[in-house]
Design a protein around this ligand. Sequence first.
Ligand code: FES
Ligand SMILES: [Fe+2]
Length: 372
Amino acid sequence: MYSLFTALDSSYSVYMDYNVDKDIRKAKTLPSSIYKDTRIFKKVISSFKNQWLFATHTSSFTNNNVIPLHYLEQILNESMILTKNDESYSCLSNICTHRGMLICDEACSTSVLRCGYHGRTFSLDGHFSNMPEFEGVKDFPSSDDNLKSFPLKDWKGLLFTGLNVSDFENYVSYLDYKLSWMPIEKFSENQSSYRSYDVNANWALYVDNYLEGFHIPFVHTDLHDTLDYDEYRTELFDNGVLQIGIARENESHFVLPSSSPDYGLKVAAYYFWLFPNIMLNFYPWGLSVNIVVPISADKTKIVYYGYVWNKDLLHKGAGADLDKVEAEDQDIVEKVQRGIQSEIYVSGRYSPTKETGVHHFHRLLSSSLSNK
Ligand code: FES
Ligand SMILES: [Fe+2]
């Protein structure tokens, strides 16, 4: 049994049961209140503190050695920076230990972190270095004057951080199982792939939509022409879902080595979703990372970063026209957000063949609420 709690808002003055049955054939989808109630939104977002979150790819340090993590600030209310010092990376608090000024608001290249308010400096690993006009201050400097550092892990060049996080090996184990053959650490950031979209919908509706290929023939007609719908597959793992798009005849696909567990398949795309908000879409041209940034109960920001492996394949196959697919998805989720304002609609049922990913997400979400 997962969570059971009372939603206090007057419009939901009954007990709301967020249990999602383990058996998809019996289960009902999460009640619509989860997508619109502000208090539930806050509860869900505070659970993000316990999750690994995507920071960047190491190729983003080509021209800079300090990178602020703006989207994480929006989610965690913590301003954080990544720094590179020789070959070592740190994730640090971006808050000056003097009076709380932000130290770095834009990516830059520097040998020292200097606060622009009163000139306090720190080394790139966060240690306090110098402060003007502090002669005679007792017990100064102490370790409290260093910048706090956060956990930071590197999986094949993809850096992840978080606040209360552990067990990174388990977190990336399915990625490792599927993609250990892919030279992701050699991909390079492609700044022209950067996108930021504002969507008028709850973040979890965006994730729901991502987690099924069921809608592809109805919503994405061009994408449907490149993927073999009948061969589309969904695999579940502890903290996420993998969807595999199989290429139609003559469409772009990976040339998988015999060490791949999918050797022999014409994989057009690996769509990895890691709970709660990270989407890693691998195409033969490289990787599109989509971050779902919850802003409020009915507003979400979607951020895209692109990392290129083979430039010649950029406009081919399932990963060719991501802007079009994104616009089609956004139109749908915004209409669902409007639909669930209804008092008549509360929840629905799942397709046991096509919505296992959505069902898995709902159970993880329900579980994260009950673990708070
Ligand atoms: S707030 Fe940074 S030096 Fe004063
Ligand atoms: Fe879609």
